[in-house]
Design a protein around this ligand. Structure first.
Ligand code: G4P
Length: 526
């Protein structure tokens, strides 16, 4: 196969959802269709359940699971499909955001009972930043959920994206009888089935086909015809272009656990989801078809085995062909590294990979040379763009509890930050170190891992910080004056970028008003 053919058959996407919407279940059904797994129950949830957490072993176990399920590749209808799993727990949201930089499209799972939930909204914001094409799957139709039109309105309103229903539920909850596939003009009758794939799809010729009357009760057929008419009146016809631009989300209805409506989703996905596209580095746009390999690291998993301090760096291949054993240029460090130990991910197995193509994810064993956002290439000098850090939600100061171990603490903190577990800010004055996270759970993980993996005993104490804002100005002198004025509140992130640590919302507002020439950013890339 040529490089172009390999690229053309790759579909790399992420499944995102608010916890419990059915992401794990759907992933599993997709893998079943692809023949990548044979039985249900084979895919483990990567959920971290904070409520029932009993000890650290759980989190360690979870970390293991999340390596195993981070990337699942399978072949389906001549396509090579790569599913990237994303942590559901909101404390690990940043990990999810970064994973979304490595996908070409997204399937978003929404629970028909709960509708659009908080985490879904946040994830959608990230998709919007990159105009990632989104397909929605409205799940759990076997439950008494909200009315289909209400759900669609909610998606448009809360997620700020237009929708186009591609399938339509016939009944819901106890009265669920099937889904009508608007896209393919066929009818899938509902039969609860938790284990196998079901193929009892009835081909019909549009919603007026008398076959419908034979298959469904009269009242439901009438309702279906009315609703489909309404759907076609209200929503613009499906248009691949608006989907690919991230403007319109095609919507499917189904029940993942009953393996219902999933085939419709997958078949449409294979037809419309985009293959890998060009991506930007600091210097230029790189097309996947370029012969020379390039890729970037979006995730690092470290120290799975505390006896060996090795890590797995996940590289998204962006152009050319990755070959095991080759020397690749590490752009940030300006040096070449040889990767003899590369891993590919197929379903739940890891296997050594000889070559990989754009869209693929390769796991590289690393001893501390790589960090999130790094670019590897065959000579390309610019870093891939688009892996920003977001201003954290919580801040605590690092207190070293063992003066003899300050080196270990520094090393541990640096490596854990490279992994993207949290963000470190070092104050210009007094070198105070403050760690910012999305949720409290990360401080516990940090403390535990610093002690167990680096022998460093640290405490994390609350500090009065509301937001970290990256600062810039068109005029250097104005920025310098601001830094001087606010010296006590200026820190640097781990890349050395300047950050203003605001103590409260009101104060930040006041400072913004008083310094109109300073730009305050809530994302590290601007
Ligand atoms: P997540 O990864 O998005 O967090 O969700 P997950 O797939 O783990 O699903 C969350 C719960 O919702 C699971 O139940 C799962 O069985 C259930 N579920 C998924 N799809 C459907 C569906 O179509 N209909 C219904 N009724 N339920 C669905 P659980 O009780 O948490 O776990 P389990 O014991 O059933 O595995």
């Amino acid at each position: 196969m040529t490089l172009e053919q390999e690229i053309g058959r790759r579909r790399t996407f992420g499944i995102i959802a608010h916890p419990d919407a059915g992401k794990t279940t759907l992933t599993e059904k997709l893998l079943l269709f692809g023949g990548a797994i044979q039985t249900a129950g084979a895919v483990k949830s990567n959920k971290i359940d904070i409520g029932t957490r009993s000890d650290w072993m759980d989190i360690e176990k979870q970390r293991g699971i999340s390596v195993a399920t981070s990337v699942m590749g399978f072949e389906y209808k001549e396509l090579k499909i790569n599913i990237l799993d994303t942590p559901g727990h909101k404390d690990f949201a940043e990990d999810t955001y970064r994973t979304l930089t490595a996908v070409d499209s997204v399937i978003m799972v929404i629970d028909c009972v709960k509708g659009v939930e908080e985490q879904t909204e946040k994830l959608m914001e990230v998709c919007r930043m990159r105009n990632t094409p989104v397909i929605c799957f409205i799940n759990k139709l076997d439950r008494e959920g909200q009315d289909a039109f209400t759900l669609l309105d909610e998606i448009e309103e809360k997620l700020g994206i237009k929708v186009r229903p591609m399938s339509w539920p016939i009944g819901m909850g106890k009265s669920l009888r099937g889904v009508y596939n608007i896209y393919e003009n066929n009818l899938n009758l509902y039969e609860p089935n938790k284990q196998k794939r079901v193929d009892d799809v009835v081909e019909i010729k549009g919603v007026d086909d008398p076959e419908l009357d034979k298959r469904l009760p009269e009242g439901l057929v009438k309702e279906l015809r009315e609703e489909i008419e309404l759907v076609n009146g209200v929503y613009d016809e499906f248009n691949a272009e608006t989907y690919l631009k991230g403007e319109v989300a095609p919507v499917f209805f189904g029940s993942a656990v009953n393996n219902f409506g999933v085939r419709e989703l997958l078949d449409c996905f294979t037809q419309i989801a985009p293959p890998p596209k060009s991506r930007e580095t600091e210097e230029r746009e790189i097309s996947p078809e370029e012969k020379k390999f390039s890729g970037f690291i979006f995730k690092i998993h470290a120290n799975m085995d505390p006896k060996h301090r090795n890590r797995i760096a996940f590289v998204r291949v962006c152009s050319g062909k990755f070959e095991r054993g080759s020397n690749y240029y590490h752009v940030r460090d300006d040096k070449k590294i040889r990767f003899s130990n590369a891993t590919a991910f197929m379903a739940q197995q890891k296997e050594t990979v000889e070559e990989a193509f754009p869209g693929d994810i390769v796991g590289l064993y690393d001893t501390g040379n790589l960090k999130i956002g790094d670019t590897l290439s065959e000579g390309e000098k610019g870093l891939y763009k688009g892996i920003p850090s977001f201003s954290p939600e919580m801040f605590r100061e690092v207190i070293n509890m063992d003066a003899m171990k300050s080196k270990q603490l520094d090393k541990g903190l640096n490596q854990l930050m490279d992994e993207g577990l949290a963000q470190l800010f070092t104050f210009e004055l007094g070198s105070r170190k403050v760690v910012g996270t999305v949720g409290a759970l990360q401080f516990e993980v940090l403390q535990h891992r610093l002690l167990n993996e680096y022998g460093a005993n640290a405490k994390f104490e609350p500090v009065n910080i509301y937001k970290a804002c990256w600062i810039s100005s068109k005029e250097r002198a104005k920025l310098d004056a601001f830094i001087k004025d606010k010296q006590r509140h200026i820190a640097k992130d781990k890349e050395g970028k300047l950050v203003f640590m605001a103590e409260s919302k009101a104060w930040l507002q006041m400072v913004q008003d008083n310094f109109p020439d300073i730009e305050f950013h809530f994302i590290s890339e601007f």
